[in-house]
Design a protein around this ligand. Structure first.
Ligand code: 5RP
Length: 251
């Protein structure tokens, strides 16, 4: 179901409850309401007394707002971006440095695209490197997204690649050789800088049929910090907000 962000979906089914759905939803929900529904559903996955990894983006923000309501249940959070850290602190949640954390049960984050086998494109919010690092420490990656993010083949969403600024041109040439169109991400005429002081190249027009192979190939380009393909370590669970409810996929 594809709904424009602020528009209501045309189809009206009324509220439904099905065994694999956590919440009553209805088909007139906006994309933001679907994101809120999955954010609420993700609260079921927090482990009492543990440290939790928290992603970045609008869906992650809804999750942080829900987490704020049950903050007494967690010890602290590790943030995948400065923006997330600020929002967590705004809710009175303790944010700890990843270097002080040896393990955590779950990492909860959104995605730009996800396949039915749990491979994802991430980095629309330019936080891909820290997201991948924090996720690597967690036992489970819980992906939360509205159902429009579920795709058969990754690549319609431009693939973000974080690069060292001095390598932007050489990396762009190598990415173009893979068959895509590499475009530097700019805002107000200036390159977008990540929290790590690096730049983002978005690769348009790829059709990623073997996400693991593409992830390895791009990670192997000198000058690349991180590619926004999460395939080698994809999601373990996806909570997808659809017109019929929150659908849970376990990989
Ligand atoms: C940020 C991300 C986000 O998870 C991704 O862009 C999805 O964002 P949103 O929840 O706003 O749709 O990878 O780097």
């Amino acid at each position: 179901m594809h709904c424009a962000k602020s528009r209501r979906c045309a189809k009206t089914l009324g509220s439904v409850r099905m065994t694999n759905f956590h919440f009553l939803l209805n088909a007139t929900m906006t994309q933001d309401e679907l994101k809120q529904a999955v954010a609420r559903a993700a609260i079921d996955y927090i482990v009492d007394g543990d440290i939790i990894g928290v992603g970045t983006g609008s869906t992650a923000n809804f999750f942080i707002d829900e987490l704020g309501k049950v903050k007494h249940r967690i010890k602290a959070a590790v943030a995948s971006s400065e923006a997330t850290a600020e929002r967590l602190r705004g809710h009175g949640i303790t944010v700890v440095d990843l270097n002080a954390v040896e393990a955590m049960a779950v990492y909860i984050d959104g995605a730009d695209e996800i396949t039915a086998s749990g491979a994802m494109i991430k980095g629309g919010g330019a936080a891909l490197t820290r997201e991948k690092i924090v996720a690597s420490v967690a036992q489970k990656f819980i992906c939360i997204a509205d159902g429009s993010k579920l795709v058969q083949v990754l690549g319609q969403f431009p693939l973000p690649v974080e690069v060292i600024p001095m390598a932007r041109a050489v990396v762009a040439r190598k990415l173009a050789a893979l068959g895509g169109e590499a475009r530097l991400r700019v805002r107000d005429g200036q390159p977008v800088l990540t929290d790590n002081g690096c730049e983002i190249i978005d690769v348009h027009g790829l059709r990623i049929t073997d996400p693991r192979a593409t992830e390895s190939a791009i990670n192997g380009i000198v000058g690349v910090v991180t590619v926004g393909l999460f395939a080698g370590r994809g999601a373990d669970v996806a909570l997808l907000g659809t017109a019929d409810g929150v659908q849970t996929l376990v990989f």
